[in-house]
Ligand binder design. Structure first.
Ligand SMILES: Cc1c2[nH]c(c1CCC(=O)O)Cc1[nH]c(c(CCC(=O)O)c1C)Cc1[nH]c(c(CCC(=O)O)c1C)Cc1[nH]c(c(C)c1CCC(=O)O)C2
Length: 343
């Protein structure tokens, strides 16, 4: 592989500079993506390996990031498990028949992933061929807790209060569902690795909604199973947004990398996570809307705070759709140029 900076950083090896990619780097801030969006629906773009491949490569070619991340969505797993998932303009994900009781569990299953998610594996094979060793390919899945949030609440939410009520009122049903999601996810991620994914990221976008003990009960014990099943195959990155109170427990799962958001300082994250794990993050995505000179200044300050070792530069959450392409480029270029010599 020509550029394996991210893989070496995940293994804890010293690198000539800090690698960089951006969560949600393939998306609506890119005019090239918007063009395809006009012609094909969201899940068409996910299910067609040629389209998924073209979209995955866009940020590699246009922005110059050090990794490609598979173009897909965390919600393809609930779909494969038997739930209908729509993506509604301006509203976001909609699951018209969410899970609300033990009886509803009869409508979901642990599927044969080759049958239901084979299109993802085909996309990965195609992407690997087209990348031709330029940069590594990151595969991904949603963490079980975050998927439960959507499967129970039925749509996006700031609080996911219905999903939490479900866990607190019907814990046995919640755990049965979380285990089904976990089993599906392990098979799915093993399939991604077999198809060619070089590393994997688990997105627990709503991990920060749970207190520390509930995070252990409803999220971390399932993340632990997934990491254990995959970590001997490829390095695994766990991104549990807002759950930094559990960084030390997440490091103990054997994850190679931990994603952090901008609400925790790099020095504090390092103290909590220890020295045996790579930290990834943590630029505030909204700061990409600031003037370029300020982006450059703050990106350098971020590099300094993390230090030279075991850091993958990234945003602390997904890139926003209204970010100018030049600003995204300025962020990536600052990391690449500045981290060569100056940290
Ligand atoms: C919670 C979550 C979802 N999806 C994802 C998460 C976890 C990460 C996070 O917290 O941001 C993960 C995801 N979604 C997408 C990717 C592709 C790879 C990448 O470039 O990072 C990844 C890794 C594409 C997408 N997934 C979605 C889009 C926008 C679709 C469009 O073109 O309209 C993209 C590019 C749709 C989606 N999918 C989801 C939501 C809430 C939405 C609607 C909101 C939004 O539009 O951002 C669920």
């Amino acid at each position: 592989m020509k550029n394996d900076l991210i893989l070496r950083t995940l293994r804890g090896e010293a690198t000539e500079r800090t690698p960089v990619w951006m969560m949600r780097q393939a998306g609506r801030y890119l005019p090239e993506y918007i063009q395809l969006r006009e012609k094909y629906s969201f899940f068409e773009r996910c299910q067609n390996p040629e389209l998924a491949c073209v979209i995955t490569l866009q940020p590699v070619d246009i922005i110059g990031v050090d990794a490609a991340i598979l173009f897909s969505d965390i919600l393809v797993v609930p779909q494969a498990m038997g739930l209908e998932v729509q993506l509604v303009e301006k509203l976001g994900p909609l699951l018209p028949q969410p899970i609300q009781s033990g009886k509803d569990l009869q409508r979901v299953r642990v599927p044969d992933v080759a049958e239901t998610l084979g299109y993802v594996f085909d996309a990965i094979k195609l992407i690997k061929k087209e990348l031709n060793g330029r940069v590594p390919l990151i595969g991904f899945a949603g963490a079980p807790w975050t998927l439960l949030c959507y499967m129970v609440q039925g749509k996006g939410s700031k609080t996911f209060d219905e999903a939490k009520a479900f866990c607190y009122q019907q814990p046995e049903t919640a755990h049965a569902l979380l285990q089904m999601i976990t089993d599906t996810t392990i098979a799915y991620l093993k399939g991604q690795v077999a198809a060619g994914a070089d590393t994997l990221q688990l997105f627990d976008s709503w991990g920060g909604l749970l207190g520390k003990q509930d995070f252990e009960t409803f999220s971390l014990q399932y993340i632990r199973q997934i990491v254990a099943a995959l970590k001997e195959l490829v390095p695994v990155i766990v991104f549990a947004k807002g759950a930094w109170g559990s960084l030390s427990e997440m490091a103990a799962t054997g994850a190679a990398g931990l994603g952090i958001d901008w609400c925790i300082e790099p020095e504090m994250a390092r103290k909590l996570a220890g020295n045996n794990v790579t930290l990834q993050g943590n630029f505030d995505p909204a700061k990409l809307l600031a003037p370029v000179s300020q982006i450059e200044k703050e990106a350098k300050a971020m590099l300094k705070a993390f230090g030279k070792e075991r850091h993958i530069a990234n945003l602390g959450h997904g890139i926003l759709p209204n970010v100018p392409v030049d600003h995204a480029k300025a962020f990536v270029n600052t990391i690449k140029e500045y981290s060569f010599s100056n940290i």
